[in-house]
Design a protein around this ligand. Structure first.
Ligand SMILES: C[S@@+](CC[C@H](N)C(=O)[O-])C[C@H]1O[C@@H](n2cnc3c(N)ncnc32)[C@H](O)[C@@H]1O
Length: 209
């Protein structure tokens, strides 16, 4: 089992330069989706190769994974996929991220690290401060997707997002996936494992109002 990375470590205070959206993607006007905690990025490769009318951005705190993902993007000459290394909480707090946030159509938090111990809850990626940054910078109508197999983490994330008055829960039944960033309901690696092992999945979609 892999060791979780502590996002509060001072190692992550130094942030690499955050390029503008037009530097990241060949067609910067396309719909933009951000996946937070994208690991090696397989989910985003699967999406970007099929949905070429969307741009995909992944943020991941494990540097080696991001280096390898960036190499793969270059080798395969994929123009609608970009990866940033660092803690999403620090990256999205930077002024340079404001224009990225303004451009987003949607964000996903897929199976974030649960940090079960109470004293480690501050290490969870979804924090009230991050949700405030999102509510201050996202455009009205931007969607936020959360998914996990840990009920306690789901309740915590749902409470944290719902406590912000600018996010409203959307009924999944009324949601049209075909127009979303993931029209074919591609699964993340953790989701594949959870599905094979018949574990519960807890998910919710919010809209910025
Ligand atoms: C349990 S894995 C899930 C990976 C993938 N989303 C999936 O569904 O298969 C959680 C990922 O989030 C990353 N992560 C944790 N905290 C982070 C943070 N603050 N910023 C960016 N990535 C983070 C971890 O390194 C790990 O790759």
């Amino acid at each position: 089992m892999r060791q979780h990375v502590n996002p509060l470590s001072s190692n992550f205070n130094q942030i690499e330069r955050i390029p503008s959206v037009s530097e990241m993607f060949r067609e910067s006007q396309l719909n933009l989706h951000l996946d937070i905690g994208c690991a090696a990025g397989e989910f985003l490769f699967d999406l970007a190769l099929v949905n070429t009318r969307w741009n995909y951005l992944g943020i991941e705190i494990r540097e080696k994974l991001v280096k390898n993902a960036k190499l793969k993007v270059l080798e395969r000459e994929i123009k609608n996929l970009y990866f940033l290394f660092g803690s999403a909480n620090n990256i999205l707090n930077e002024d340079e991220s404001k224009s990225i946030l303004k451009n987003l159509k949607s964000i996903s938090f897929n199976f974030p690290d649960p940090w079960f111990k109470k004293k480690h809850c501050k290490r969870r990626v979804i924090q009230p401060e991050l949700i405030n940054i999102l509510s201050n910078s996202l455009r009205t109508g931007t969607l936020v997707f959360i998914k996990t197999d840990v009920k306690d983490l789901f309740d915590y994330m749902d409470f944290t997002i719902s406590s912000n008055l600018y996010f409203k829960n959307i009924d999944k039944k009324d949601f049209n996936y075909s127009e979303s960033f993931n029209p074919n309901k591609v699964k993340t690696n953790r989701e594949k494992y959870v599905t094979v092992n018949q574990l519960d999945i807890f998910e919710r979609i919010y809209i910025k109002i």
